[in-house]
Design a protein around this ligand. Structure first.
Ligand SMILES: Cc1cc2nc3c(=O)[nH]c(=O)nc-3n(C[C@H](O)[C@H](O)[C@H](O)COP(=O)(O)O)c2cc1C
Length: 227
């Protein structure tokens, strides 16, 4: 098969970018007038529809944080749960995101489900769920996942990939020998939503945006906004 890697002439990336379609998935029907009162219910519906449509890894979500000075940072992680508290994820206390959240406990999550042309955005306060929930999350991971978390030192300079592999192999041996061990740095967090936006793309660009905002009494107000 011919390589699609372009020659490295000036403008090659721009040409490649312009050759690509956007919003080319199969739009799902969405009638905002009949949407539920609660965005978590609509999220559950949309998530199930994404799974049904075989969206690859629909639980992979971009988490945006900012440090104490407001410098933003974003990365992909795995959504662990969605419940009345909000959207849960887990990470290492030594990671950049956990440091950001310790200094500035606000976050945004963005899901992009290309095959169904849907985006969901969540913004709100981020809350550490404490050592017990974090330990339970850690112990629910497979031995390989626990070893992967145990064998790393997030963000520290790494001399070689061989060093990483050796550390992870040692972590796997320890995980197998001590199955009850919990990495003290493991942290479960939840983003408590204040705003949730459901975006249904459309081939004719008449994209539907339905925004839910939480009121002081905990109820939700929802409205359409222009795309
Ligand atoms: C599909 C996918 C899933 C990931 N899941 C997690 C996760 O659940 N928790 C996590 O801390 N990092 C996860 N990562 C790694 C993060 O993207 C990131 O590289 C790492 O957490 C360090 O980010 P930070 O320095 O901004 O904190 C995942 C990456 C990808 C691509």
């Amino acid at each position: 098969m011919a390589s699609r890697v372009p020659p490295r002439h000036s403008g090659a990336v721009r040409e490649l970018l312009r050759s690509l379609p956007a919003l080319s998935g199969d739009v799902l029907p969405f009638e905002p007038g009949t949407a539920p009162d609660d965005p978590l219910t609509l999220f559950a519906d949309w998530f199930a529809a994404a799974v049904d449509a075989r969206v690859p890894e629909p639980h992979a979500v971009t988490l945006a944080t900012a440090d104490a000075d407001g410098r933003p940072s974003a990365r992909v992680l795995v959504l662990k749960d969605v419940g009345p508290d909000g959207f849960a994820f887990a990470t290492d206390a030594r990671s950049g995101k956990a440091r950001d959240l310790a200094a500035n406990p606000r976050a945004a999550l963005t899901f992009w489900w290309q095959p169904v042309v849907r985006q969901v955005r969540v913004a709100g306060a981020a809350r550490y769920l404490g050592p017990e929930v974090s330990a339970a999350d850690y112990l629910a991971r497979s031995p390989a996942s626990r070893a992967a978390a145990l064998g790393v030192r997030p963000g520290e300079p790494l001399g070689s990939v061989a060093g990483l592999r050796a550390s992870m192999a040692a972590a796997r041996r320890r995980t197998d020998a001590e199955p009850g061990f919990v990495l003290p740095e493991w942290q479960a967090w939840v983003v408590v939503p204040e705003v949730v936006e459901f975006w249904q793309g459309s081939a004719d660009r008449a994209h539907v945006r339905l925004v839910y905002r939480r009121s002081g009494d905990g109820s939700w107000a929802r409205s359409l906004v222009w795309p």
